[in-house]
Design a protein around this ligand. Structure first.
Ligand code: ADP
Ligand code: ZN
Ligand code: ZN
Length: 725
């Protein structure tokens, strides 16, 4: 009998694989179950060898081989290897992240079957007699006799009750058969395609001209018809029978978006986001990998979907933060998309009205093709932008008289008004008017946010809630006042100021529940609301043809933030929100209410727009040596004992050597310096060249893992961090 030594990657935070004994050779990419300590884990095989240099006695046999053929395709295996090296992350956890939950749990791929409807043996004359008083059922039976079809199709054509009646009468039966490999591309039926304008046509031609790998930045102002460019660029790919993957931000994935793709091509569009059930997710994974699906639209983790014949990747709103995972394997789906497109030798289109500085830099330095759309499609024109000076004004519910007057004039003209404030709740703090004490979450050392519906205090870091106090715990005074403004307060204020107009508040609290956002969006579309108040959920990708005024509140903080990305993020948000106005025939305007109307960044953004502003920010980053002109990595550590976390990073810093080519900042407290009772610190490491940084990490991290403190604190490595929280 032969003996095999199988290398297995298991989902544990250890940067190594483990060897197990097996009587059979196991292919790379197959799942096995193995004993690990007292547990049994599902791991991925990375190699099988017939010999072993070590003590064989200590090796354990693996339990079961779950797959005959690899569940991870060669491309996915390559991507996982890339992720492991680039993010310096344990390989077992990388595989784990790349797989749908059910595969992680060791479940089998479902058999890909479908239910078909078939007539039974009953002779036609008898059927006609039996159904003489049920003409609809007879029609349905006749249909099934002439063209047997899937249960889903017949149910759609007739109805579930008719099919059930016929099944009950034993005139129809439902059988399960393997899915026929329908060639979805033969069903493509293109409808509703407008004629591309000059800029769109140039962009589409540029994308379709490329064969093999290339990356594009489609920089188009909001409403310029980027989606139309995607649709027409995809057309050629789909008609050639190749599949496409479309990645969108977490809250940008609405039925509106999906329908645009489904309606244009008339084929099924598979959707992947956090609310898709695990069995559905697995089925999409399987159908995409066997080319039974032409279009997959999904959020971040959809980048791991296997395709047998992928022809193009589109990543919309590429600047959006939700493409970066901020726990576990901290990968950026945009960067992974570039790697994937390269391995698959296909084009990648990154689209945005406010591109990230990283992508913009790649386009300006000609690493990516740069395509630009500078005018709005159709009849719409770009909204005008203004600053409203709130200094010395009598604010009502956080609104200056000037702001209230503008809102009034737009409402009176029967238009919709969108008021944007990126802060949930009623107010961000509760203060004692007598002694100044602010009510803080002890575990996070951060003021509680005040809520009115229902009344409570809630910590935004740890979600802990508390009843509203009546008196100050520090001095006993009963004069407690709120400080600052959130969505609930604006909503309450607008209700007082404009009681005759119906209003809707949209933030992550108000849209909880399935399809809630979709329902609200459709009501907005039907003009059932005149006033829309909300957070950044309202800023993303939605099309509001009746909104003519956008008011932006409460963004002065970002001008003075310790995070060097804050101005970029603010500008992207403001540009996206402003883009919600004037998307149809009516012109739109945006007013930003501020206490810093003379701030040069605001001036530049409002007067010159994102295009000019972002190029200016890039210059500034170059001067001070920040990404994308330097590469960064953050080592994070947290512990209930601040000293341990700090010391760990201090020792870590000593183990990362790169001569004087590495630059260190820290250890310093993270921007979120305490959360859930844990003190958090960061060590920021940066270098001119990516290779220098990676080399330092490659040598340093195994040593850091060996530190005795490494088992006592929670720590992680974040390559290309997007924040210092
Ligand atoms: P973006 O994705 O850049 O925000 P969209 O693709 O959503 O822009 O286009 C904005 C609006 O303009 C949509 O209603 C779209 O149907 C319309 N549109 C886009 N391109 C054209 C075109 N070439 N002709 C007419 N209408 C267009
Ligand atoms: Zn007090
Ligand atoms: Zn808290």
């Amino acid at each position: 009998m032969s003996q095999w030594f199988v290398e297995v990657a298991v989902p544990v935070p250890l940067r190594q694989t483990f060897t197990y004994l097996s009587l059979n050779k196991v292919k790379k990419g197959c799942r096995v179950t193995v004993p690990f300590g007292k547990r049994t884990l599902v791991g991925i095989v990375v190699a099988s060898h017939s010999d072993f240099n070590g003590t064989v006695d200590k090796l354990k046999p693996l339990h079961d081989i779950l797959d005959g053929e690899p569940v991870l395709s060669p491309i996915l295996l390559t991507l996982c290897e890339w992720l492991t090296h680039y993010y310096h992350h344990p390989i077992g956890e990388v595989f784990h992240t790349a797989m749908p939950v059910l595969l992680r749990k060791g479940e089998m791929l479902p058999r890909d079957t479908q239910q078909y409807v078939k007539i039974t043996q009953t002779p036609e004359t008898l059927v006609i007699e039996q159904l003489s008083r049920a003409p609809k059922q007879l029609n349905c039976w006749r249909h099934c006799k002439d063209n047997p079809a899937t249960l889903a199709k017949i149910t759609k054509l007739y109805s579930a009750s008719i099919v059930k009646a016929l099944v009950d009468k034993q005139l129809l039966e439902v059988i399960e058969k393997p899915t026929i490999n329908e060639s979805w591309h033969e069903n493509i039926n293109i409808t509703g395609k407008p004629i591309a304008n000059r800029e769109q046509a140039a962009a589409i031609a540029a994308i379709n001209q490329q064969t093999g790998f290339s990356s594009f930045l489609l920089e188009g102002i909001t409403g310029s018809g980027k989606t139309e460019v995607y649709l027409q660029a995809l057309e050629k790919v789909l008609l050639a029978g190749k599949q496409v993957l479309i990645l969108v931000p977490e809250i940008g994935l609405t039925p509106q978006t999906v329908n645009r793709f489904a309606n244009r091509f008339g084929i099924d569009v598979a959707v992947l986001h956090s609310q898709v059930t695990n069995p559905e997710r697995l089925l999409i994974w399987q159908r995409a990998s066997t080319n039974k699906l032409g279009i997959v639209i999904g959020t971040r983790s959809a980048i791991f979907t296997p395709f047998s014949n992928l022809g193009m990747i589109i990543l919309d709103e590429e600047h959006d933060d939700s493409f970066k995972q901020n726990d576990g394997l901290r990968y950026h789906a945009r960067d992974l998309a570039v790697v994937r497109a390269q391995k698959e030798q296909i084009p990648l289109v990154l689209g945005s009205g406010s591109p990230s500085l990283e992508t913009l830099n790649n386009a300006l330095t000609k690493r990516y093709h740069h395509l630009q759309l500078t005018v709005r499609a159709g009849a719409a024109v770009i909204p005008t932008q203004h600053l409203l000076d709130a200094r010395d004004q009598n604010l009502e519910y956080g609104l200056a008289p000037g702001t209230i007057a503008i809102i009034k004039s737009h409402l009176e003209a029967n238009n919709q008004v969108l008021v944007f404030i990126n802060r949930k709740g009623y107010a961000p703090a509760l203060l004692c008017h007598h002694c100044g004490h602010s009510v803080e979450c002890k575990r996070c050392e951060q003021p509680f946010t005040v809520y009115q519906s229902p009344p409570r205090l809630q910590c935004h870091r740890c979600e802990k809630t508390k009843p509203l106090p009546r008196i100050c715990h520090a001095c006993g005074s009963n004069e407690l006042i709120t400080s600052g403004t959130g969505t609930e307060q604006i909503e309450a204020g607008l209700n007082r100021l404009f009681p005759q107009y119906s209003q809707i508040r949209i933030d992550s609290d108000s849209i909880r529940g399935k399809n809630k956002l979709a329902n609200i969006l459709s009501k907005i579309d039907k003009q059932e609301y005149q006033l829309l108040v909300g957070t950044q959920i309202l800023a993303k990708g939605h099309h509001f043809p009746h909104v003519t005024l956008v008011v932006v509140l409460g963004c002065d903080g970002a001008l003075y933030s310790a995070d060097f990305r804050a101005p970029e993020k603010l500008a992207q948000l403001v540009t996206q929100v402003a883009g919600r106005a004037g998307r149809a025939s009516k012109p739109g305007e945006m007013w930003l209410q501020t206490h810093s109307p003379e701030h040069p960044l605001l001036q530049d953004l409002i007067c010159n727009g994102y295009q000019a502003f972002s190029r200016f920010l890039l210059q500034e980053r170059r001067h001070v040596g920040l990404p994308p002109y330097r590469v960064q990595c953050v080592l994070r550590a947290e512990s209930t004992n601040a000293e341990l976390a700090y010391d760990f990073l201090m020792q870590g810093r000593q183990l990362l050597t790169g001569g004087n080519t590495l630059q260190f900042v820290g250890p310093i407290p993270a921007l979120v310096e305490k959360k859930q009772g844990r003190y958090r610190f960061v060590l920021i490491i940066s270098a001119h060249k990516r290779s220098t940084l990676h080399q330092a990490l490659r040598y340093g991290i195994p040593n850091i893992t060996q530190l005795s403190l490494s088992a006592k604190v929670r720590w992680s490595v974040d390559v290309d961090p997007m924040d210092f929280n």
